[in-house]
Design a protein around this ligand. Structure first.
Ligand code: ASP
Length: 335
């Protein structure tokens, strides 16, 4: 059961109506896409605009991989977004370090962790996947690779982020706030985390996913969360479906959350039940910790059915296909 927080008319949202109707009238180069496809889902309210961007690729018959990369670049570029990408809050030493990963329908994957001075870590992750024999590059090595690939080195610490960091330094208390994405414009708010995880199925029925974040604000320098870890923050198996996560990454890593969700779907769980089971696993292992943190999972199966579940209320996700654009809130959470 999901409650609809917002319904956005697709025509008003910038998705191409011509491209949408081309399926109906058989003008698309992709003939007879399965019903409900293409589809894209992503975490939090900022998933709406990210989905709109991904939809441009999907509705034109493009590949899910291209769609998810383009989609998550929108929150990565958003200067008001302090939990993802170039305007992300720094670590406790004032470094903006970003984490991202991407996975395609063939099981290829690429990842960067704790990368600095590069505004679009998701695109670097894709190049790690496509141009190297490796899966993951971290820190200076990731930045060096990005520069070699033509990315521009930039100072990502915005005046606003610097101000928030200096304010935080006054007490230097590490206390992540839950569901911050929904509150991030609240005055005085400075502790935050959230991630965009996106999963798409293209008109050919192929699944890809992307996940990108600045992680926990004011984290220890060098801290890496779940988001760039394949199997934790993101996992895709083109035979089964895909899953992604948001929330306190340490708990997701401990339970290899997204892999768990996909494996549960393989066993026949619905996307929502698989997400719920993964949440329960986290709570069972650390009931005391779980009471005060947020973790949310979002999943889609091969049929295009999707679902989500979170420890706490407040999690939202965005869905976009030819019929609708919705922002949904899971009707249930563990607490
Ligand atoms: N999962 C992210 C991390 O731990 C943060 C979040 O999604 O809230 O880095």
């Amino acid at each position: 059961m999901y409650n609809r927080r917002k319904f956005i008319k697709i025509s008003a949202a910038g998705a191409s109506l011509a491209a949408l109707s081309s399926y109906a009238f058989g003008k698309s180069s992709i003939l007879n896409p399965p019903p409900g496809f293409p589809i894209v889902i992503s975490t939090w309210d900022f998933g709406i605009v990210a989905n709109q961007e991904a939809w441009k690729t999907l509705s034109a018959g493009g590949r899910a991989l291209d769609a998810v990369e383009a989609g998550v670049k929108i929150p990565e570029a958003d200067m008001k977004n302090h939990t993802v990408g170039r305007a992300g809050y720094p670590d406790r030493d004032g470094h903006v370090t970003l984490d991202a990963c991407i996975m395609d329908e063939f099981g290829n994957c690429g990842s960067v962790a704790a990368i600095e001075n590069i505004a679009h870590p998701i695109s670097v992750a894709r190049l790690v996947m496509e141009k190297t024999p490796h899966v993951m590059l971290v820190g200076d090595g990731a930045t060096q690779f990005a520069v070699e690939q033509g990315f521009k080195k930039e100072n990502l610490l915005t005046p606003e982020s610097e101000k928030a960091w200096k304010e935080w330094l006054k007490t230097a208390k590490y206390s992540p706030v839950m569901n911050i994405e929904n509150k991030q414009h609240a005055p005085g708010n400075q502790y935050n985390h959230d991630t965009i995880g996106m999963l798409a199925i293209d008109a050919k029925g192929n699944i890809s996913g992307a996940c990108t974040t600045s992680g926990m604000a004011f984290k220890l320098h060098g801290r890496v969360g779940d988001s760039p870890i394949i199997g934790a923050g993101l996992y895709v198996d083109n035979e089964v479906g895909g899953a992604t996560s948001t929330g306190v990454g340490e708990e997701v890593i401990r339970n290899v959350g997204s892999f768990l969700v996909v494996e549960l779907m393989r066993q026949g769980y619905s996307p929502e039940d698989a997400c719920k089971e993964a949440v329960k696993r986290i709570i069972k292992k650390k009931p005391q910790t779980a009471k005060d943190i947020q973790v949310g999972f979002l999943a889609i199966n091969k049929k295009g059915e999707y679902g989500a579940y979170a420890i706490q209320p407040g999690f939202s996700f965005a869905v976009c296909n030819a019929e609708k654009q919705d922002l949904l809130v899971p009707g249930k959470s563990f607490y």
